[in-house]
Design a protein around this ligand. Sequence first.
Ligand code: PEP
Ligand code: MN
Length: 360
Amino acid sequence: MQHSKSFLGQHKRPFLIAGPCSAETEGQVISIAKDLAKQGIDLFRAGIWKPRTRPGMFEGVGSEGLRWLREVKEETGLKVTVEVANAHHVYEALKFGVDVLWIGARTTVNPFSVQEIADALRGANVPVMVKNPINPDLELWLGAVERLERVGIKQIAAIHRGFSSAAKTRYRNIPLWEVAIEFMRRRPDIFMIGDNSHICGNRHMLQEVAQEHMDLNFDGLITEVHCNPDEAWSDAKQQITPDVYKQLIDSLVIREEIDAGKFDTIEALRVRIDEIDQEVLNLLGRRMGLAQDIGRYKKRNNISILQPERWNEILQAAVEKGRMRNLSDEFVIQLLSAVHQESIRHQTQIMNAVEEKVTV
Ligand code: PEP
Ligand code: MN
C-alpha cells in the first residue's frame, strides 16, 4: 500500500522489520534471513550487544556477529539493523556497513548515553530508530529524537515497545497507547513502529497487538523471528518461526489513512462531532458559571465547598444514566471527577478572592 511517510526510501505500510532477538551463530542468522527475504520484509534485525537484566545471561556475540550481518546483506540483499548503546557500538556497526541503528529502551532513558551515541553519529548519514524509554516519559523519548536531529540525522523512526510496570499484567511491557499517540500528535513527521514482541513477551498475543498498532495507524512493525524459537538464546518465549510470522502478517487488516476528499461521509461525521464537542464546552462553561454562583452563596453563608454526600449522589446518578447511554462506569466517573475538580477550583477562587475578603 502506498503511504505518505517513508523510511529507508520505502513508502509501504506496514514497513516490516523482522529477525532474531539475538544473532547466535552464522548459520542461524543466515537461515532466518533467507526465509524472511523470501517474504519481502523491509529490514532484518538482530541484536549483537544484548542488554540483559542480570549478569551471566547471554550478552550477545559482539562484533563477530557484524560479519554475519554483512553476509546477510550480500546473500539476500536485505538491509540490516542492530541495537547500539554506546559510541563503540556505533563505530563498529558503521565500520561493518550496518544500514540502520536502533537505540534500545534502556538507553533512551539516559540522556548521557543518547548524547554519546548522537556525538558518535555526527556527520554519518545513517537512519536511526529510537525505542521508547522503559518509563513512560514522553519528553525523554522526544528528547532522544531531538539529540539525533541536532547532529544531522535525517531519517528517524520511533518504536513503541511498551513500558515497565511493577504491576503484574498480561503484557511483558504494557502498551501505553496514549503516550504513543501523543508522540504521533507532537511529531507527525516521524515514522512510528510497533514492537509487538517486547510488548507481549509471549507468542499468543503477537497478532492481536500487531493489529492494534495497525488500527492506530502505526507505520510498521518490528517482530522477533527465529528458526527454532524454543531454543533461542534470548527471549525464547516471544519468538516465532518464519512460517508463523508469514501467517501473522498475512492476517493483518490494513485500513487506509483517511483521504478527506474521498471520504465525504467521514468528513460529514467529523463536522457533527466537532459541533457536539463545541456544545459540550459551551455547556461546561455555563455549568462553571453556576458553580461560581454557588461559591458566592456558600461564602456568604459560611458553607464548606466540598459536600461529600451531594457529590456522591451526583456520581451515582450519572453512572446510572451513563449506563443507559452505553457509557462505561469508568468513563463517567473520570469525566464527572474532572468536572467536579474544575467546579471546586472555580468555587475556591471565589471564596478566596482578595477583593471580596476585604469587604467581609
Ligand atoms: C530488543 O529489541 O531485542 C531489545 C533488547 O529491546 P528493548 O530495548 O525494547 O528491551
Ligand atoms: Mn528481544
